[in-house]
Design a protein around this ligand. Structure first.
Ligand SMILES: Nc1ncnc2c1ncn2[C@@H]1O[C@H](COP(=O)(O)OP(=O)(O)O)[C@@H](O)[C@H]1O
Ligand SMILES: [Mg+2]
Length: 326
C-alpha cells in the first residue's frame, strides 16, 4: 500500500481530531511498514542489536523515542564491522528514507495532539514569524556556545521581503504557514555549525569576533521563503562530505562534553530532511579559505507545501525538488 502525502492546506483545514484520527489509523501502519522495509534492506541488519531493537519497536507499532540515537550508533557499528561493504551512500540512502518517513509521522501525530488540545490550526502557525524564530534560535545557540566554548560570536539577523507589504508579510518580515519549532531546529543547527567553526578560528588565531560576523538573511517572494546563514570561518574542505551521517570533525567530549554544540555528525543531514519534508531544500556553498553559506529554501504556498514521504516503489529525485538559482 502506498503512503498518502498530505499538504499544509490539508492540515490547516483538517482540525477535527476525530477526522485526523481516522486518517492516522489507516496511514500510520503504511508508513511504519515502509520504514520496516527500509530497515530490512540494510545488509546484515540482524547482527546489529540496536537495529533489531528498532525493528521490533516498529513491528509492534510502538512509539520510539530513542530511535535516532540507536540508528546513529548502529550505522557506526555497521561501518566498523563491515568495513568497505558499507558505503556512505548506502547509509545515507537508508537513513534519509527512514528518518524522512519518521518526520512525517511525528508531524501528523503532533498535529492530531495539537488539535485535540484546542490549538486553532493544529501544529501549523499560519503566520509563522520568520525573524522572531531566527532571533530565538540565535539567542539559544549563542548561550550554548558561550557555555561550551567561553566565546560569543557576533550574529546578525535581518529580514527582507519582495512582497512590498502585500500578502501576509509584516512589512519586511516574511510570515508564512509553517511549524515554528521545525524552522527553529534547522536554523539552530546551521548556527551551531557556524558558531563552532567561528569560535575555533577565533581561538586558533587570537582574533576578534566583531571582525567575523555570522549573518542570517531572511528573504521572501510570493512563492518561497529563503534563509541564508553565512559565516567567515574558513569553509568546509572540498573532499569532506558534510551530508554524511558519519562525518563530523568534532572530537568526542569536545564542545561541552554532552555534544551539545557539535559532535553527532547528523545536524546537517537531518536539517536537510526537515527542509525537504514540505518540498523545501537545504544547500551549502563552501568558499574555501573564506567561509560557508547555507541556503534554506521553503515553499510558502499551502497547496505547494506537500509532504515528501519516501516510498520504496517511487524514488524522489531530491536534487530536483527545488532549484532556486537564477
Ligand atoms: N559552517 C561551517 N564551517 C565549517 N565547517 C562546517 C560548517 N558546517 C559544517 N561543517 C563541517 O561539517 C561537519 C558536519 O556537520 P554536522 O552535520 O552539523 O555535524 P556536527 O556539527 O555534529 O559535527 C562538522 O563537524 C564540520 O566539520
Ligand atoms: Mg552540527
Amino acid at each position: 500500500m502506498q503512503p498518502h502525502p498530505r499538504s499544509v492546506e490539508y492540515l490547516t483545514t483538517t482540525v477535527d481530531p476525530r477526522q485526523i484520527a481516522e486518517f492516522l489509523h489507516l496511514e500510520m501502519p503504511i508508513r511504519y511498514a515502509e520504514r520496516i522495509r527500509a530497515l530490512e534492506q540494510v545488509p546484515r541488519w540482524r547482527t546489529i542489536p540496536d537495529l533489531v531493537d528498532v525493528h521490533d519497536i516498529h513491528v509492534a507499532l510502538l512509539r520510539e523515542q530513542t530511535t535516532v540515537e540507536k540508528l546513529a550508533k548502529s550505522v557506526h557499528q555497521l561501518r566498523d564491522d563491515a568495513g568497505d561493504g558499507i558505503t556512505d551512500d548506502s547509509v545515507s540512502q537508508f537513513l534519509d528514507d527512514f528518518l524522512l518517513n519518521r518526520i512525517g509521522c511525528q508531524v501528523l501525530l503532533g498535529h492530531y495532539l495539537a488539535c485535540r488540545a484546542g490549538q486553532r490550526n493544529g501544529i501549523i502557525d499560519t503566520r509563522c514569524d520568520t525573524r522572531r524564530v531566527c532571533r530565538a534560535a540565535a539567542e539559544a545557540v549563542l548561550d550554548m556556545c558561550w557555555e561550551c566554548t567561553g566565546r560569543r560570536p557576533s550574529v546578525f539577523v535581518n529580514a527582507h521581503s519582495a512582497c512590498g507589504g502585500k500578502g501576509t508579510d509584516d512589512g519586511q518580515v516574511p510570515r508564512f504557514p509553517y511549524m515554528p519549532h521545525v524552522l527553529k531546529y534547522i536554523v539552530s543547527e546551521l548556527l551551531k555549525n557556524s558558531c563552532r567553526a567561528t569560535t575555533d578560528m577565533l581561538s586558533a588565531h587570537d582574533l576578534q569576533s566583531d571582525d567575523f560576523p555570522i549573518n542570517v538573511i531572511i528573504c521572501a517572494d510570493e512563492d518561497h521563503v529563503t534563509i541564508c546563514v553565512t559565516d567567515q570561518a574558513g569553509g568546509i574542505p572540498r573532499e569532506a562530505n558534510p551530508w554524511s551521517y558519519l562525518y563530523t570533525t568534532a572530537e568526542d567530549g569536545a564542545y561541552g562534553g554532552t555534544k551539545k554544540l557539535a559532535g553527532h555528525g547528523v545536524g546537517l543531514p537531518l536539517s536537510r530532511l526537515y527542509a525537504r519534508y514540505l518540498h523545501g531544500s537545504l544547500d551549502l556553498v563552501s568558499l574555501p579559505g573564506y567561509g560557508t553559506h547555507a541556503y534554506v529554501n521553503l515553499p510558502r504556498v499551502e497547496s505547494q507545501q506537500v509532504e515528501v514521504v519516501p516510498d520504496a516503489d517511487y524514488k524522489y529525485d531530491y536534487a530536483n525538488l527545488l532549484d532556486f538559482t537564477v
